[in-house]
Design a protein around this ligand. Sequence first.
Ligand code: AMP
Length: 422
Amino acid sequence: MTFKELALIDPILRALQDEGYTQPTPIQEQSIPILLNGKDLLGCAQTGTGKTAAFAIPILQKMYLDRHQNTGPRKIRALVVTPTRELAIQISESFSVYGKYTGIKNTVVFGGVNQNPQTTALRHGIDVLIATPGRLLDLMNQGFVSLKEIQYLVLDEADRMLDMGFIHDIRKIIAKLPAKRQSLFFSATMAPEIVALSEKILGRPEKVTVKPEQTTAEKVAQTLYFVSKKDKPKLLIHLLKKESLDSTLVFTRTKHGADKIVRILSKAGINANAIHGNKSQNARQKALGDFKSGSTQVMIATDIAARGIDIDDLATVVNYDIPNIPETYVHRIGRTGRASASGIAISFCDAEEKAYLKDIQKLIQQNIPAIKEHPYSDGCNDLPEPTEKQSNNSFKSTRNSQGGNKNALRNPRNPRRSQKQV
Ligand code: AMP
């Protein structure tokens, strides 16, 4: 399935192409036609599935196609309510990116900061407002925001909004919306109170559920090596040679790190190449071609560069650096074990990365087995304390005591834009 087959218009297709998206994710594939059709949607999906684009793209498209009916000053026609400032910013960035050729303007409002820049942006006129509930209500009460012209409502991460005690605010906001509108409701979990809230907001919604991504973690054989930072290159060479690993994708956090590993491997006689944002499109294409044909054994990639890569028979993924965003680990290891039934994911963890490892194990609800006997063991094979076996296979189980999702707060939903590539 391609984005074109989803009947998307050219200004959006171009923006997606600029982003390097080659095909829709399952939630996009399922939701976009429903939303373009004008139906309400109840989506059971979490961050990392591509859900922002799943709602932003059809809203932008419909608003763009209706633009001639909406002449005169801009009025807020789409409202996205989301629980945290981080999510609000990410969503606003997504609307800007996917809508960059549509002329549709968005702004974001959230609490904890001076409201003046926000009210100035509102006064200039916008089409899409992304807001956290408390600040939105404040601004509505002060007369800076009118929701009378809203045609599209998105309630994002509804379960977190309830956890964070926003239910009354949400009710007040909903009460001010026109009854005739298209409503979208997303939640990672569907507890009875969430379903009850969704029934108040939605008409007769179509339902879309995408499986949590961590299921990929179950298909891949994962191992862990505790190793000091300085010994990581030697361990990598050792594994590539001794274990005869072929078609191996090695992830590093930085472009600089990727280039350094290429140099080290080349010195050791291993055919390697790097793919990252500093390379020209041609150089990237050539590196990818060589890797796919098998003439390069190892490819080193940053997370951003790896997103556009589609390699079916990738045997091994190496996490040379442990990602600081747990969902990134799941994305990375999901690159292997696709066509072939099984894949191997190897992670190198130094002392400073143990906290990240702990977060990952919590997310995937598994302890990754550590290989204790290896020539570069840093002698400190202690795993972080075992994670609790969690009964609920959802992100909800990773929430912190404040009711927020620790992962999502620290990580924003959009590793592409939040992880600085240095
Ligand atoms: P979300 O679940 O909306 O937080 O999106 C997770 C990440 O996937 C974000 O970094 C998006 O930029 C990225 N993304 C969304 N859709 C696609 C796609 N079709 N292809 C590649 N990356 C995508």
